[in-house]
Design a protein around this ligand. Structure first.
Ligand SMILES: [Zn+2]
Length: 437
């Protein structure tokens, strides 16, 4: 049996087992008594609801994971990739002919143009198939699961518009990027990894820089924080920290969900702190300042550029490895494809890379969780009120029905933020040290 096929099958099945084990262990943790950190701030009824919400979410994840893993295995083992390659060659060849681009068919000369079109057809077909498979789950998630717990505010029109915008962005940004990558691979072969890395890095830097001004407003309305006592209270704080108030926005999160949130995004002059409109009504002024202070912490501590550097390094490593496998006939044979091509090589390598992605992804989450502790500590120090941030976090937990008792395996696999109980404990340790000074 083909060694690559064994690795891919083991990775896919192993990944599914790991996710399912995490969810099952997580379900087992529900029902524990209310963590001491929440006594007096979350009532039993709210806690019971948060556990029901967590349980329903985990069960939904198990079902979705199982169905999509089964579908993927079926597709792979029944020769789906060979079929997709043949369909793309047919369709891409016709498009190239229609567009007057030379085909490599009989003459065997300059087929780069048609190879790129065939590759784009191949990516589009695979994305279409995975989109069709995941669509019912996102519909169920938004309109049944979230709605059942009173979170969903997304109308069917917004849902459809989001999908259309996402599709257009993929075509407009992803299409030319994929074409550029394919062109480099076809031109330079295994040597292409370095220029491909450069191209991907430039595009992702540009996207991180431009997203706050040009992409995120396609989905949400950002308005400068209105004048008033809240703005004044925040202004006093952010000016002391040397942050520009012009980077502070209220965002209409309530267009999609009743959940309460805030985030920091962007690079350089385009950095933005976005406070969900849902946050304003739920937290008092001091607590909103504490949340802003946490986001200013992400900015001041350079979390976005540091994470970008790490992810650029990870991409470089992956592309360098890819250069060894790109034309390995056995890798193509594992997927039932006989024509060695750049487009299929990219997809097959990324599947072969699954175990490494899983590990680097978990490593990445370790870092994002460390950043959250650091931003909490920054907020506690600069406001001098760790207790206020703690109250704010407790309120957010109640409003969002956060799972207070996740299993460590779930945290390792999925959590970009540390579990709330641990964040509260870290802040409590800070208050003690502040008070004893
Ligand atoms: Zn944060």
């Amino acid at each position: 049996m083909n060694i690559y096929l064994i690795i891919v099958l083991a990775a896919i099945i192993g990944g599914w087992m790991l996710q399912t084990t995490g969810a099952v262990l997580g379900l087992g943790r529900l029902g524990a008594k209310l963590p001491a950190e929440f006594e007096g701030s979350m009532n039993e009824e709210c806690y019971a609801r948060s556990q029901k919400y967590a349980a329903a979410g985990m069960k939904l994840n198990i079902i979705q994971d199982t169905i999509s893993t089964g579908a993927f295995l079926g597709f792979l083992l029944l020769g789906g990739f060979g079929w997709a390659d043949a369909v793309s060659r047919g369709a891409g060849g016709r498009i190239a002919e229609w567009a007057g681009i030379a085909t490599s068919g009989t003459g065997g000369t300059s087929g780069t143009g048609s190879e790129i079109i065939i590759g784009l057809c191949f990516f589009a077909l695979l994305m279409l198939l995975s989109g069709v498979l995941s669509l019912p789950f996102s519909i169920w998630h938004t309109f049944v699961h979230e709605a059942r717990f009173g979170f969903n505010k997304t109308t069917p029109a917004t849902f459809v518009a989001d999908r259309i915008k996402g599709f257009l962005l993929t075509v407009i940004i992803g299409g030319p990027l994929a074409a550029g990558v394919l062109w480099l691979l076809l031109w330079l072969g295994a040597e292409a990894w370095l220029p491909v890395w450069g191209l991907v890095t430039v595009i992702s830097l540009l996207l991180t820089f431009l997203a706050p001004r040009y992409l995120l407003p396609l989905f949400n309305t950002f308005t400068p924080l209105p004048d008033g006592s809240l703005r004044n209270a925040i202004q006093v704080y952010v000016e002391r920290q040397g942050y520009r108030i012009s980077g502070l926005f209220a965002v209409d999160g309530s267009r999609r969900s009743a959940k309460v949130n805030a985030y920091f995004t962007g690079l350089g002059k385009e950095r933005r702190i976005a406070l969900f409109d849902t946050l304003m009504g739920k937290l008092d002024e001091e607590e909103v300042v504490a949340v802003v202070a946490h986001e200013v912490g992400h900015c001041k501590l350079g979390h976005v550029p540091v994470m970008m550097i790490i992810s650029v390094a990870r991409t470089g490593f992956m592309l360098w490895l890819l250069s060894f496998f790109l034309t390995e006939p056995q890798l193509f044979a594992a997927f039932g494809v006989h024509n060695v091509s750049a487009h299929a090589g990219l997809v097959f390598f990324s599947l072969l890379f699954t175990p490494v992605s899983l590990l680097t992804g978990m490593g990445f989450f370790v870092l994002t969780r460390r950043n959250e502790y650091a931003a909490d500590a920054f907020a506690a120090k600069t406001t001098g009120r760790p207790d206020v941030l703690r109250t704010a976090l407790r309120k957010l937990a109640s409003e969002n029905l956060s799972n207070l008792t996740p299993h460590p395996l779930q945290v390792a696999l999925h959590y970009t933020h540390p579990p709330l109980v641990q964040r509260l404990q870290a802040l409590e340790a800070m208050s003690i040290s502040v008070n004893s000074q």
